[in-house]
Design a protein around this ligand. Structure first.
Ligand SMILES: [Zn+2]
Length: 335
């Protein structure tokens, strides 16, 4: 069983070998704890300055990261490693337990809670712990997501536009280690307070990812997450061995697509029943029909046709049949 930790000053992140912990964060309104799993591995083969930190379950209803990071916690062996790996498979533990995107304890989306606040609600305090206690332990940060109930993406790793050229180039190299068909460079303006925002701003090599959708456990998505993270460990010398492909041999290299501006994110013009005509990852030309919105108030009415505003690739498609006015219906990334 993992060691239960209530006084976080007891954590010794330099202790050699592999150690499993449960971090008990006191709840806000009742006597109890949100118990957040943490595994710390200090390789027995010597030091390595490029520590790697990997998160799953930042959103509770996204399972590829939870499963892949848990498996890494059991499979990685300190005897075979150099340096330090930090694994947190269920960062928003309360959201994971509830199978929801945000924590039911405080209604907070963990991926909007950064940099956190030591006197804030539970999600904000966990974010602050990550920012102040976990981020200093690594140079590479991986946050594994999927579309949840919001959207469907082709399997991709992701990062924001990064002003530092060397940091962006190294981030792209690391993104390719997951062997996904796409790499997405996405807008920083769509949301603030992301875990990855914070790590990128600290100059870390930071990767987000989208490995499935619909609160399922995507089989290939788990493989991208698990093998990709191991490839990162190999690339930075924490694990021995060569790059391991995920897709069939002969697959084209990941296509890097960019949606850095908000006009790539097409909002739903009105309520309706969404009929997608294309799939995530499909190419589009300007004016192509992407889908139709049906109004069942009058079933004899013509559907509203929704067309691509520009050429590119559909890097995200709304998942649910019932988008709400203003929700992003799809994203056309240029590539
Ligand atoms: Zn997510």
């Amino acid at each position: 069983m993992p060691t239960l930790i209530q006084d976080f000053n007891q954590l010794d992140f330099a202790r050699p070998d592999k150690h499993h912990y449960q971090l008990a964060f006191p709840l806000d309104g009742t006597w109890g704890f949100s118990v957040v799993p943490l595994t710390v591995i200090n390789g027995l083969r010597g030091p390595n300055q490029d520590g790697v930190i990997c998160f799953g379950g930042t959103h509770g209803n996204e399972y590829e990261g939870q499963v892949a990071v848990k498996r890494l916690a059991t499979d990685l062996l300190a005897e075979e490693m150099t340096g330090r790996v930090i694994l947190m498979p269920r960062l928003s533990e309360s959201a994971c337990e509830a199978n929801t995107r945000t924590s039911p304890l405080d209604g907070v989306n963990m991926n909007r809670a950064f940099p956190g606040n030591p006197r804030g609600t539970i999600s904000s305090r966990i974010a602050h712990f990550v920012k102040t206690r976990i981020f200093p332990l690594g140079r590479v940060v991986i946050d594994i997501h999927s579309g949840g109930m919001e959207g469907a993406f082709p399997h991709c790793t992701s990062f924001h536009p990064i002003p530092d050229v060397a940091q962006e180039a190294e981030t792209e190299r690391a993104a390719r280690l997951f062997d996904t068909p796409f790499i997405m460079v996405y807008s920083s303006a769509m949301a603030h307070g992301l875990l990855t925002d914070e790590a990128e701003a600290e100059g870390k090599i930071t990767l987000g990812s989208e490995f499935g959708a619909g609160a399922s456990t995507d089989r290939l998505g788990v493989r991208h997450a698990y093998v990709g993270t191991k490839n990162v460990l190999r690339h930075y010398g924490l694990l021995e061995g060569e790059f391991e492909p995920v897709r069939p041999v002969g697959s084209p290299p990941a296509r890097l697509v960019r949606a850095p501006h908000l006009d790539a994110y097409v909002p739903t013009p009105r309520e309706g029943v969404w009929e997608p005509l294309l799939a995530p990852g499909d190419p589009v030309r300007e004016g192509d029909l992407v889908g139709r919105l049906h109004d069942f108030a009058d079933h004899s009415s013509e559907a509203l046709e929704i067309r691509a505003p520009r050429e590119g690739f559909l890097i995200m498609m709304h998942l649910s049949a019932r988008p709400v006015k203003g929700q992003t219906l799809f994203v056309v990334a240029e590539g």
